[in-house]
Design a protein around this ligand. Structure first.
Ligand code: ADP
Ligand code: ASP
Ligand code: MG
Length: 589
């Protein structure tokens, strides 16, 4: 018999009428011949209200008690949902995370799922009941209630679909699908018919709040097709599957993270191991670091800039203070008035001139870019928070994301899941959210160019990359940051044979901007670690820094995405670096 998981978010169960409407949808699915598992969020803004209540008691509520409190929201809605189904004459049972047997680690407020037992669920389903599971919660070894992080009911739903080997996982929400950007911010955004796991992973982790990014890690790992659709209509919505809508489109979506903070460690000793001392302490506090930019050191000192979510600035600064006691003193500056605007697309990896188009759009809108990082399928820029909306709009327009594509090829595998036998499923259940590394690659075909002293003004990055694109040079990694209010270093990598030409472009620019200086290294090695959950598992970049620093190798550039971390090291260190990384990740490969 086929099985379907239907998740209903907060707005979709905000009042009793909506709960009854959701109950009818589940009943309809059962009458169509499916076994039905519902996953339900807390009603409306209930979770926010509980967070607010805790805040009225204390500024720093113990994380364990926070989970105890927040999990009650979902407990209310599952009970009401079961009553609703019962009142309509059908049979249902509500279960908390603990009752289902969703085991997690003990990282309160951000717990990860270790395993889910399916016996109890299956027993109720076989008895003809609609099972109503509380989203967002689990239980640790010591029977403490845990929660998976805000928005975590999506992750419950996809995880249940994975372990039950469901035929469909429907995410019912207050929008009728995934759009090219948040349709509440930009009404002209277009609903996409489908989006690939990799694109959705990046979009979700870069601010597209429609899906919890960890739910997409599950979906990709266990090949669960997700159907995002409206709770309030029967419009087909969006499929999240392995294939993108159009594989050759450079950019398929844009996202905004409004509340970011930028931190710069100024003049840290430029020796292997410094980054490790800093980032390991931040990772220990489970803070996800993004946009790491290390500027090539002058005089034995380097600047390291990175971003963290704004509400984690204080704990990050605390971690850096601790690191300073080990590395020796350096200055730290921070800016909490920044936002991150990113574009994502599968086609970017193979097309020149994408970064250039984004920078041009921002420069025409007179928006200054404070920081840039790229990866194979995304470009992120950091801008002033009050310019964030204008930046998002400029970029959305520049890539014509509101336009319908001429035609969309049909889905090759119709979103179906590969068969899997019982032993396979049991194996998958072990440590479900574990980090997975698929491969470590070494690319020694590139060189690096660094432009020092880039003035802090709109349009400079645009000019560099326009001229490079016009010369037909394919730029791979880009990082730029303004350490303080002064001048930036802008580093990028290009194929070795394009180094000389790139230097000429950069040196030409120096004629107009006397402060510019160009340096380059014709021979660098790029190490790429690919897998799933590389950013949300905060320890990955740290393990890399540690492995490389213990081998005496300095990291020249780094970029991170959900599916890949790339580092640039000196060309002569390539093989040694690969061996060190293979060793340090041997337990998760
Ligand atoms: P739920 O309570 O159902 O989980 P959420 O509020 O978590 O709903 O997610 C739905 C919201 O996500 C939408 O109302 C929309 O404003 C926002 N959103 C952000 N980015 C996107 C996007 N790219 N496509 C669709 N919705 C988006
Ligand atoms: N109720 C939780 C929250 O608001 C979980 C969820 O809705 O996904 O974050
Ligand atoms: Mg949500």
């Amino acid at each position: 018999m086929s099985l379907i998981v239907q998740k209903f978010g907060g707005t979709s169960v905000a009042d009793c009428e909506k709960i009854l409407a959701a109950a009818r949808k589940a009943i309809r699915a059962q009458q169509d011949g499916h076994q039905v598992v519902m996953v339900v969020s807390a009603m409306g803004k209930n979770t926010d209200m509980l967070v607010d209540l805790a805040g009225q008691i204390t500024e720093r509520p113990p994380a364990r008690e926070m989970d105890m409190l927040l999990s009650t929201g979902e407990q209310v809605s599952v009970a009401l949902m079961a009553m609703a189904i019962d009142s309509l004459g059908f049979s249902a049972v509500s279960l908390t995370g603990a009752q289902i047997g969703i085991r997690t680690d003990s990282t309160h407020t951000k717990a990860r799922i270790l395993s889910i037992s399916t016996d109890r669920l299956q027993h109720h389903l076989d008895a003809g009941k609609i099972v109503i599971a509380a989203g967002f919660q689990g239980i640790d070894e010591e029977f403490n209630i845990t929660t998976l992080g805000r928005g975590g009911s999506d992750t419950t739903a996809v995880a249940l679909a994975a372990v039950l080997h469901a035929d469909a996982c429907e995410i019912h929400t207050d929008v009728d699908g995934v759009y090219t950007t948040d349709p509440r911010i930009m009404p002209e955004a277009r609903r996409v018919s489908r989006v690939s796991y990799d694109e959705m992973l990046e979009l979700a982790s870069l601010g597209a709040g429609v899906m919890h990014s960890r739910s997409i890690e599950f979906a990709k790992k266990f090949s669960v097709p997700i159907h995002v659709r409206s709770s309030f209509s029967d419009i087909p919505g969006t499929m999240i599957v392995s294939e993108p809508e159009l594989s050759d489109r450079a950019v398929s979506g844009a996202a905004l993270t409004r509340d970011e903070a930028k931190i710069t460690a100024v003049g840290v000793p430029d020796v292997p191991g410094t980054s490790y001392e800093i980032f390991s302490r931040i990772a220990d506090r489970n803070v996800t670091v993004d946009m790491i930019v290390q500027n090539i050191g002058d005089g034995g000192r380097a600047d390291i800039s990175f971003t963290v979510p704004r509400d984690e600035l204080a704990v990050t600064l605390e971690a850096i203070d601790e690191a300073r006691t080990v590395t020796g003193d350096f200055d730290v500056t921070h800016d909490d008035q920044v936002a991150k605007v990113s574009v994502v697309g599968m086609g970017m990896a193979t097309q020149a001139g994408v970064a250039d188009r984004m920078f041009l759009a921002l420069s025409e809108a007179e928006i200054n870019i404070k920081m840039i990082t790229t990866s194979e399928i995304k470009i992120s820029t950091l801008v002033e928070r009050d310019q964030a909306l204008a930046a998002l709009r400029a970029v959305h327009n520049a890539f014509a994301l509101d336009q319908n594509p001429e035609s969309i090829p049909p889905l090759a595998d119709a979103g179906s899941r590969p068969p899997s036998d019982a032993a396979d499923i049991v194996h998958q259940l072990q440590n479900m959210e574990r980090l997975r590394i698929d491969k470590i690659d070494l690319d020694d075909s590139q060189g690096r160019v660094t432009i020092h002293g880039v003035p802090n003004a709109p349009g400079v990055a645009e000019r560099v990359f326009r001229e490079i694109a016009e010369a037909g040079i394919f730029v791979d990694m880009i990082v730029q940051s303004y350490p303080s209010d002064g001048e930036a270093n802008l580093s990028f990598t290009v194929p070795k044979e394009s180094i000389e030409q790139s230097k000429i472009v950069a040196e030409n620019l120096a004629k107009d901007f006397p402060s510019l200086q160009v340096s380059s290294s014709p021979d660098v090695a790029k190490l790429s670690v690919s897998g799933i959950g590389l950013r949300s598992h905060t320890g990955v970049a740290i393990r890399m820094f540690r492995a490389l620093s213990e081998t005496g190798i300095n990291v020249q550039m780094i970029n991170t995405s959900e599916v890949r971390v790339n580092v640039i090291v000196d060309g002569k260190d390539g093989e040694k670096a690969r061996a060190a990384l293979e060793e340090v990740f041997s337990d998760v490969m």
